[in-house]
Design a protein around this ligand. Structure first.
Ligand code: GTP
Ligand code: MG
Length: 182
């Protein structure tokens, strides 16, 4: 399928928060309850019709275990939108949101105004929730980023959340520049 626009996103966050699962649900509508750690970098592509435009959405999946150690500055500069994910059943991953958003700032520098960033609390299907929704919302609003909650397991909010981010990227009119991951 041909496309009108290309949108390059990045998903980051601690290990096991469900980054790969969110992308598996979004791109292929699958969920695997077995944990298979992402090694290095992976990517998922999906074409979507967004407000009458065919958009090729490419999402780079990173390994939480490596944090940013193996990721280069130029890698961040190619992202048009970033999802920072934590696990609502694991408060430590919530505490680390600050680390991830701070890292985006450090790596993006002045470019940060050109990209869209959202924060996602995943695993809301679980009854072992540790992080309160209102508290997370208030915290993210203080940081200045929109907050969403998803379940990769049931699929709840996954598509709408990613579509929100794509729309924000389109709005920022950041597409079709000479940006490419190849
Ligand atoms: P790294 O690749 O190590 O960075 O981890 P990740 O963030 O990609 O996590 P991954 O998607 O591999 O998921 C980790 C574990 O959590 C797996 O066992 C998943 O099945 C499980 N999981 C992911 N999303 C959900 C969810 O929405 N609900 C529940 N209950 N479990 C989930
Ligand atoms: Mg992964």
């Amino acid at each position: 399928m041909s496309y009108d626009e290309k949108c390059q996103l990045l998903i980051i966050g601690d290990s096991t928060v469900g980054k790969t699962s969110i992308l598996g649900r979004y791109a292929n509508n699958i969920f695997n309850s077995n944990y298979l750690a992402t090694i290095g970098l992976d990517n998922f592509t999906k074409d979507e019709n967004i407000d009458g435009k065919n958009v090729r959405i490419k999402i780079w999946d990173t390994a939480g275990q490596e944090k940013f150690q193996s990721l280069t500055k130029s890698f961040f500069h190619n992202a048009q939108g970033i999802m920072v994910v934590y696990d609502v059943t694991n408060s430590e991953t919530y505490q680390n949101i600050k680390y991830w958003t701070q890292s985006i700032k450090t790596y993006m520098g002045n470019e940060i105004a050109k990209i869209a960033v959202i924060i996602i609390g995943n695993k809301i299907d679980s009854n072992e929730r540790e992080v309160n929704k209102n508290e997370a919302e208030a915290f993210c609003s203080e940081l200045g980023y929109p907050y969403f909650e998803t379940s990769a397991k049931t699929g709840k909010n996954v598509n709408s959340t990613i579509k929100y981010l794509v729309r924000e990227v389109l709005k920022k009119n950041n597409l079709n520049k000479t940006k490419s991951f190849n």
